[in-house]
Design a protein around this ligand. Structure first.
Ligand code: AHM
Ligand code: MG
Length: 350
């Protein structure tokens, strides 16, 4: 019997480029292949986590004061290595490293900036819970070509992302990405070592059955957030919600993308600015959510409109289906300046 036809992530990106930018040189797909290679290296380690000496902490803390896990370090190095080999990448910035890195001699020639969370949810590794890699690709700004300081170049709002994606190392390994033309998912086929198209043109359901937030922090959420969650719990949306919270953003977001509902990481006493990082986590997730028909806000404005001032800036994140987010904005109204844009985004009484 003939093998069924498959579409790999590489073929898919080339086809997309051909469709949407026929003059493109193929350099973007070369860059993306660096990311897929690094994630395959990480996935091989994750899959053998109990067998290799890769579980546990390395004994250092990262730039956020969190314990670095051995796999955090491995995943970070794998991405840095694979992206350094892509000569079109000028700058990388990682959640694990204090400063952005400008690759030698690339300020004038490199076209792209890649920012990433190499291993999201890494506190879950030791107990076999899903973890992932999140990435976002930006264009190298013209004026940064003459600067030796890469930080400024990285501080771009999420609307400027050329592409974003993530990989979940879960019950299977799946890569989801967007270049602004819909959201597509590719499952890693271990028998051929390739990401194969499995979820074409993903749409986030308008509404779902799950809400997702760390309930242990309930007392420290701002009151309007608690009121909103109480409203969901009491069936205010006309259905009974169930709680799902994995504690790995990639996994919680992936479920929200496919099944709908809402994920919230509000401001808390411990993290008044929110815990998640704008550049490495919230922006890529927000870009994917919007491309799939969902909505992402920081409680005041559209996540993608925030201009970062620090590469490790944290943000609250509320992301999910249009119905849940429209209701959220009733409880937590956006800032005055933002309300028109939000209404437009949500299509509610604009
Ligand atoms: P990290 O593992 O990259 O440091 O990411 C932070 C993680 C997110 O994946 C997840 O959503 C969140 O922290 C969970 O935090 P908490 O344990 O406070 O609920
Ligand atoms: Mg993370």
């Amino acid at each position: 019997m003939d093998e069924p036809a498959i579409v790999t992530v590489q073929q898919h990106i080339l086809k997309e480029q051909h469709q949407h930018s026929p003059t493109a040189s193929g350099s973007f797909s070369w860059l993306l292949s660096g990311i897929t290679l690094a994630t395959k290296m990480t996935e091989a380690r994750v899959r053998r986590a109990g067998l290799l000496d890769v579980i546990g902490a390395v004994g250092n803390t990262n730039t956020h004061g969190e314990q670095q896990q051995k796999l955090d370090v491995f995943a970070d190095r794998a991405l840095a290595h694979c992206l350094c080999l892509r000569e079109n990448v000028a700058i990388i910035a990682s959640e694990e490293c204090e400063d952005a890195i400008l690759f030698d001699g690339r300020a004038g020639s490199g076209k792209y900036i890649v920012v990433f969370d190499p291993l999201d949810g890494s506190s879950n590794i030791d107990v076999n819970v899903s973890v992932g890699t999140i990435f976002s690709i930006l264009e190298m700004p013209e004026d940064a070509r003459f600067s030796e300081d890469p930080t400024e170049a990285v501080l771009q709002p999420g609307t400027r992302q050329l592409a974003a994606g993530y990989v979940v190392y879960g019950s299977s390994t799946i890569m989801v990405y967007t270049t602004g033309h819909g959201v597509h998912g590719f499952t890693l086929d271990p028998s051929i070592g390739a990401y194969v198209l499995s979820h074409e043109n993903i749409r986030m359901p308008e509404s779902g059955n799950y809400y997702s937030s760390n309930d242990a922090y309930w007392e420290t959420f701002p009151e309007p957030y608690r009121d909103y969650l109480t409203f969901l719990r009491k069936g205010g949306m006309g259905r009974r919600y169930a709680l799902r919270y994995i504690g790995s953003l990639v996994a919680d977001f992936h479920r929200t993308l496919l099944r709908g509902g809402v994920f919230l990481y509000p401001p808390t006493d411990a993290n008044p600015q929110g815990k998640l990082r704008l550049l490495y986590e919230a922006n890529p997730v927000a870009f994917i959510a919007e491309q799939a028909g969902g909505v992402a806000t920081d409680g005041r404005q559209r996540v993608l409109d925030v201009t970062p001032t620090d590469i490790h800036q944290r943000t609250p994140l509320i992301v999910g289906g249009r119905s849940e987010l429209a209701e959220f904005q009733r409880f937590v109204p956006p800032g005055e300046r933002e309300s028109n844009a939000s209404r437009e985004l949500l299509d509610v009484g604009a």
